[in-house]
Ligand binder design. Structure first.
Ligand code: X8Z
Ligand code: ZN
Length: 598
């Protein structure tokens, strides 16, 4: 009797649902119909915005900035529309009824909406325009300098700045170039402050404590969790960094005929921000290895390496639509000078914007950018909805890019390409030292200086007259570096770093990526029975299959569980430290009796 009543009830309910159109009623079905509409619309508007951004970045002109503002505003109007926000909230609150793929899509959609919430349309409009204007200043910036002994100012390209800092041994010249490289900060300061205000107000509108907290949410972390993670990683790598620092300041003092300083003067270092220190190890000058190679050869090698692993074939349109090479200083066209990879339509139109010239730095960077491109191609598949065609986290995208760049510091790969310098043994500790000066040195910069300054900038609303002081405080604390003389607040040195302007509040992703890369690398070398410092993955399809398992998932899986499932371990600095363990012992001997730390 009871059963009959129950069955009758189900039957009546079923009829009623069909009558009302059941697809409208169950939370799961409502979510599916919302997501189908959202994904299709998002893909089209995203593509239009990407095209406009590409044009604005590769040919900086007011009319292209204008087009970008129009296209970005259209995308923002959809992504942040109050209707989308409301749908997301309603469907997320019924998340018990949704499967994981649905929940992950709703999460990403909510995070994207929080960048440009349509409940504050004026602020969104202002932000879209301010972002485009800031990029135009950054991308079109002309550096000028007056070389020592000359009286007339000259133009200086970003590649020229980098070359001079890498090679010049004249301290007056180095200082002039370093100071010229800080000119853009002055031009970018006002726009950056305006953007901070807009980004924060919009994030706060959506309940985040600041824009920094919104970006941290892309990693599934709160601000305190993120801070604790980064401080731990900095602390774990600090002993090795201090040894490198002690070695490098002696080496540089000897190079310039100066007393050994406590803090390394910023203009002594071969990089504008001291983020990596190439070219310090005697007998390991890598740029001459590229003297007979063309810029195109470099990009072709990077593509060939990924394809040798069995990663997806790079489409012909990559070659015809990308903008890969350096422009001459007198070029009337101006383009962004920082390397990037672009997923234009989430569907196979992949490009890269670079300024490749034959040098070791660009060799490594080209491999990095192709890593992003392979990741794009891997998740361009029907099983991955458009909104999840992205890295498992922003750090995972960088980790894949870095993983593709790992062979550029592996002797067997360089030998295979005929690039290995004569007279250097493959197991020479100098080679490991050279790699650490690139990789380990990066951690206090990314997880320390950049992460802390952006935290204070957004979370604490750092006042306009304290930006530079705070910056150099962190540079001293984490990197042990000092400016040639105190820098006033008329400068805005953090703004000279591209990402502070156009990839804000998540630069720590690179530190996480570097560490993840070592975790992957050690795991893979062990699987293949290879020495991790002398490994050769070229042509190894197992390596490609390992990477594809992670890459194909896009953002359908949590980044931390992907790392754990792939390697059996949580993210930590341990694998990087294991890789450099022989170097640590070597440096302790080298630095014996000398001060270490600052
Ligand atoms: O910005 C980049 C890449 C593009 S995603 C070239 N990198 C960081 C930088 O240059 O500051 C790579 C490592 C660090
Ligand atoms: Zn990258």
């Amino acid at each position: 009797m009871k059963a009959t009543v129950w069955w009758t009830g189900v039957w009546v309910w079923g009829i009623a649902m069909v009558g009302h159109g059941m697809a409208e009623e169950s939370p799961a079905a409502r979510a599916q119909s919302f997501l189908a509409f959202y994904n299709a619309t998002y893909q089209r508007l995203y593509q239009v915005a990407q095209e406009a951004q590409w044009l604005a970045a590769t040919d900086v002109r007011p009319e292209h900035t204008g087009r970008r503002i129009g296209a970005d505003a259209a995308l923002a109007a959809f992504v942040g529309s109050p209707w989308v926000i409301e749908q997301c909230r309603a469907l997320e609150s019924a998340s018990g009824a949704q499967d994981e793929l649905t929940r992950r899509q709703l999460r990403v959609i909510a995070l994207m909406a929080a960048e440009v919430p349509g409940t504050q349309p004026d602020l969104v409009r202002e932000r879209v325009a301010a972002e485009a204007r800031q990029s135009a200043i950054l991308d079109g910036f002309e550096f000028r300098w007056t070389p020592p002994g000359s009286t007339s100012p000259q133009r200086l390209t970003a590649n020229q700045i980098d070359d001079l800092l890498l090679t010049s041994t004249n301290l007056a010249e180095r200082r002039a170039v370093w100071e010229a490289s800080k000119q853009s900060g002055v031009a970018l300061k006002e726009g950056l402050l305006q953007l901070r205000d807009l980004r924060n107000r919009l994030a706060r509108e959506m309940g985040y404590s600041s824009y920094y907290a919104l970006r941290a949410a892309h990693f599934g972390l709160t601000v305190p969790e993120l801070r604790a993670l980064l401080e731990r990683l900095v602390a774990e790598t600090r002993p090795l960094y201090e040894q490198l620092h002690a070695w490098a300041r002696r080496r540089l003092a000897q190079r310039y005929g100066q007393p050994v300083p406590r803090l390394i003067p910023a203009h002594w270092l071969p990089n504008r921000w001291g983020q990596e220190w190439p070219g310090l190890v005697e007998g390991l000058d890598l740029d001459p290895m590229f003297r007979d190679r063309s810029a195109e050869w470099i990009v072709r090698q990077a593509v060939a390496y990924g394809e040798s692993l069995g990663l997806p074939r790079v489409p012909d349109t990559f070659w015809t639509r990308s903008d890969l090479y350096d422009l001459p200083p007198e070029s009337p066209r101006k383009k962004n000078t920082h390397a990037s990879a672009w997923d234009m339509d989430l569907n196979g139109d992949v490009r890269s914007l670079m300024n490749v010239k034959p040098s070791f730095g660009w060799f490594a960077t080209a491999h990095h950018e192709m890593g992003h491109v392979f990741y794009f191609l891997a998740y361009h598949r029907p099983e991955v909805p458009y909104v999840l065609r992205r890295g498992a986290s922003p750090a995972m995208h960088e980790a894949m890019a870095e993983t593709l760049a790992t062979p550029t510091v592996q002797p067997p790969y360089l030998k295979r390409l005929g690039l290995w310098p004569d007279g250097v043994a493959a197991d020479d500790l100098r080679w490991l030292l050279n790699a650490a000066l690139d990789q380990v040195v990066f951690i206090p910069w990314a997880a320390g200086v950049m992460a802390s300054w952006e935290h204070d900038f957004y979370e604490e609303n750092l006042p306009a007259d304290e930006l530079n002081r705070r910056w150099w405080m962190y540079v001293e604390r984490y990197q042990g570096i000092a400016p040639p003389e105190p820098r006033g607040e008329e400068f805005c040195d953090p703004a000279t770093k591209t990402h502070i302007n156009d990839d804000p509040a998540e630069y720590y992703k690179y530190a996480l990526a570097f560490l993840t890369k070592y975790q992957f690398h050690l795991y893979l070398a062990r699987q293949l029975g290879q020495d991790p410092r002398q490994s050769d993955f070229y042509g190894r399809r197992e390596v490609g299959a390992f990477l594809m398992r992670i890459m194909q998932a896009g953002a359908t899986r949590d980044w931390r569980s992907l790392i754990r499932d792939a390697t059996g371990e949580d993210l930590s600095a341990r694998p990087m430290l294991e890789y450099y363990a022989p170097l640590f012992e070597y440096l302790r001997r080298e630095n014996e009796g000398q001060p270490v730390g600052w």
